[in-house]
Design a binder for this molecule. Structure first.
Ligand code: 48F
Length: 261
């Protein structure tokens, strides 16, 4: 076979832009490709929803690749073990109720399951703003403003593109970046005790793990928070390299939004 470079170029441009065009009107847009975002993408796509995930970095996976302190092992508790197993990851019991898994295998498996189920993943794509509208007298996020990460990193003056979605999920982790932008640029009140982002507290794994699921909520019309962003939004604690709460939060947000759609 003689390889024609023009066909390679045309194939990439054609298939990418078909993928991008199919995401202009999404059921769900996920911001951040860590474990909570990937799990949510997997479950929503599996439920037949048109879902896209936007990740600033070239690699999806967020804080999961590195395990604890770059030691590539993660821990999950009893309640979340089944999610990893369903994704095809080998887990082994370390002590009753505590399971370990290879962090690279776990991250790769979640990414594989999400894309295999039909989630559209856009890595190297930063969410720089939201689209806010009044719908039936209520202000609501109805879309995302996205740009190429190299444009953002190089601080080039290039305008972004806009996608609409019925729900957006804030999965940007500790930084709650998308929610910070929503609050900073608009006079809005969140569904938190203070009406703003409460901010994350120091380490308390036990409480934080339960709160990750408990605070996986719609925090503003059209915007759900999941994963570490849920903890930071509602003023809960960090938990370190135990990842069950992230996976359970991803499943929970997917089920809740799927029920609303
Ligand atoms: O931080 P991250 O892994 O979020 P998570 O799913 O999981 C948290 C755990 O990794 C860990 C933990 C568990 O015990 O505490 O921290 O809640 O992934 C967040 C992803 O969001 C991306 C960022 O690069 C990271 O991969 N991100 C952040 N801001 C943006 C973004 C943005 N504006 N646009 C696109 N991606």
């Amino acid at each position: 076979m003689i390889i024609d470079e023009r066909i390679v170029t045309e194939a990439i441009a054609g298939s990418f832009f078909e993928k991008f065009k199919s995401c202009i009107d999404l059921d769900v847009a996920i911001v951040g490709g860590g474990p909570s975002g990937l799990t949510a993408a997997w479950r929503l796509a599996r439920a037949g929803r048109n879902v896209a995930l936007f990740e600033r970095k070239l690699s999806i996976g967020g804080g999961m690749w590195g395990g604890g302190m770059t030691w590539t092992s993660i821990v999950v508790q009893n309640e979340a073990k089944g999610i990893l197993e369903e994704a095809g990851v080998a887990v082994s019991e370390y002590k009753p109720g505590y399971y370990t898994a290879d962090s690279v295998a776990a991250t790769a498996a979640l990414a594989y399951q999400a894309t295999k189920a039909g989630a559209h993943v856009f890595n190297c794509t930063s969410v720089e703003d939201v689209v806010l509208r009044e719908v039936d007298g209520v202000r609501r996020v109805i879309g995302l403003v996205v740009n190429s990460s190299p444009v953002e990193i190089a601080r080039l003056h290039v305008d972004p593109l806009v996608l609409h979605c019925r729900y957006a999920i804030e999965c940007t982790g500790h930084d709650t970046e998308m929610l910070k932008t929503l609050v900073r640029k608009n006079d809005v009140k969140l569904n938190t005790p203070s009406g703003v982002i409460e901010g994350e507290q120091s380490m308390w794994a036990d409480v934080a793990e339960a709160n990750t699921v408990r605070y996986t909520q719609e925090v503003f019309p059209g915007v759900w928070v999941a994963g570490m962003a849920a903890n930071a939004t509602f003023g809960s604690y960090r938990m370190g390299p135990i990842f069950g709460g992230m996976l359970l939060s991803g499943v929970h947000v997917a089920e809740a939004i799927d029920a609303l759609l």
